[in-house]
Design a protein around this ligand. Structure first.
Ligand SMILES: [Mn+2]
Length: 299
C-alpha cells in the first residue's frame, strides 16, 4: 500500500484545487464535487476515533481504478478535495460553526459538498448550511439516511447536539421527507417519534427480504436528495472500525445495488461518517471509500 502515498491527503481522482474556475458559471451543467474532511469525534458515545476517518478513507481510495467495470464507464466526475476542516476537538458548537461557514463557501462556488466525518453529529451542520443557502428550500429535499441506528433521540445524556440525536435535529429543519435504510437499533421513543413524523424506515431485514421495493422507491424520488451515510449500516463483518457497531447489518453488495439506484438523481450533498479506522488497508475504510467511489461513478 505504498503506491500514491504522496497523494494521501487527497481522495483519489481529485483534481487540483488551483484548477477550479470560480469566476465563470459552469458551462455544461456538470456537477462539481467538493470533498471536505471533518476529523471531529467529540460526541462519540462508545468508541471514539472517527477523527481518523478522513485520512484512512482517502488512503483506501487509492485502491480503486478509474474504469468502473460494473457501470462500464471511466470515472469522469469533477471532484476537488479541499483537505480537512480545522476542527475544535471536544467543542461541537465551534466546530459546527466553522463547518457551516466552509460548506456555505462550497455551495457559493456551486459545488456539491461531499463531507467525510467525523462522527455523525456533523451532518446536521452541513444540512443547516444547505438550509441557509440561497439555492435550496429544505422542504424540497429528501433525506436518505443509511444507518444501523435511527439517531432520532431528542436529547442524549442531556445533549441536544450529538451523533445520537442528529436525525432529530435534521427532522427539526423540516425536510420534504426522511427515509432511513438498514436500521436495526433504536429506543421505543425513537420508533414512536419516527412514526409520528412519517419517517419511512427500512430495517436491515427489509433490505434482505425486499431490496427491490426500496430501489423502486428511490427511483421514484423527484427533486433534490441529500444522502447521509453512517458506515455502521454495514455488518461489523465488513465495517468493524466504527463508533457504535451493530450486528446483522447490510452487505457491501446490497449497498452497491442501493447506491446505483441513485443514478440520474439530483444529489445536493453527501456525507460518509463514523469510520474510526487507524490502520492502513482497513476493511471499514475500504468499504467507505468504495461507496464514495460509486457515488462519483454515477456522474
Ligand atoms: Mn449509526
Amino acid at each position: 500500500m505504498l503506491f500514491y502515498t504522496e497523494n494521501v491527503l487527497k481522495f483519489a481522482f481529485s483534481m487540483e484545487t488551483t484548477d477550479i474556475d470560480v469566476e465563470f458559471p459552469i458551462s455544461d451543467n456538470k456537477l462539481r464535487f467538493a470533498i471536505l474532511g471533518v476529523p471531529f469525534d467529540g460526541t462519540a458515545s462508545y468508541k471514539p476515533g472517527a477523527r481518523f476517518g478522513p485520512r484512512s478513507i482517502r488512503e483506501a481510495s487509492y485502491n480503486f481504478e478509474g474504469y468502473n467495470l460494473i457501470l462500464d464507464k471511466n470515472i469522469s466526475a469533477e471532484v476537488y478535495d479541499f483537505g480537512d476542516l480545522e476542527v475544535v476537538h471536544g467543542n461541537f458548537n465551534k466546530t459546527c460553526s466553522k463547518l457551516k461557514t466552509t460548506i456555505s463557501e462550497i455551495l457559493a462556488m456551486e459545488m456539491v459538498p461531499l463531507t467525510i466525518g467525523g462522527d455523525h453529529s456533523i451532518s446536521y451542520c452541513v444540512l443547516k448550511a444547505i438550509d441557509e443557502s440561497h439555492g435550496f428550500e429544505m422542504d424540497d429535499i429528501t433525506i436518505i439516511h443509511f444507518d444501523a441506528h435511527m439517531d432520532l433521540r431528542d436529547l442524549y445524556i442531556g445533549e441536544k447536539y450529538s451523533h445520537a440525536t442528529v436525525m432529530h435535529r435534521i427532522s427539526d429543519l423540516n425536510p420534504k421527507e426522511i427515509i432511513q435504510i438498514g436500521i436495526r437499533s433504536a429506543s421505543m421513543n425513537e420508533a414512536s417519534f419516527s412514526s409520528k413524523q412519517n419517517i419511512k424506515t427500512f430495517k436491515s431485514c427489509d433490505v434482505d427480504e425486499n431490496i427491490g421495493e426500496i430501489i423502486e422507491l428511490i427511483e421514484k424520488i423527484h427533486g433534490p436528495i441529500y444522502l447521509s451515510f453512517d458506515i455502521d449500516v454495514l455488518d461489523p463483518a465488513y465495517a468493524p472500525s466504527v463508533g457504535t457497531p451493530s450486528s446483522c447489518g447490510l452487505t457491501p453488495k446490497q449497498v452497491e445495488k442501493l447506491i446505483y439506484s441513485f443514478k440520474g438523481k439530483e444529489i445536493v450533498g453527501f456525507d460518509m461518517v463514523e469510520v474510526s479506522s487507524t490502520q492502513i488497508g482497513d476493511i471499514t475504510s475500504l468499504n467507505a471509500a468504495k461507496i464514495i467511489y460509486d457515488i462519483l461513478s454515477l456522474q
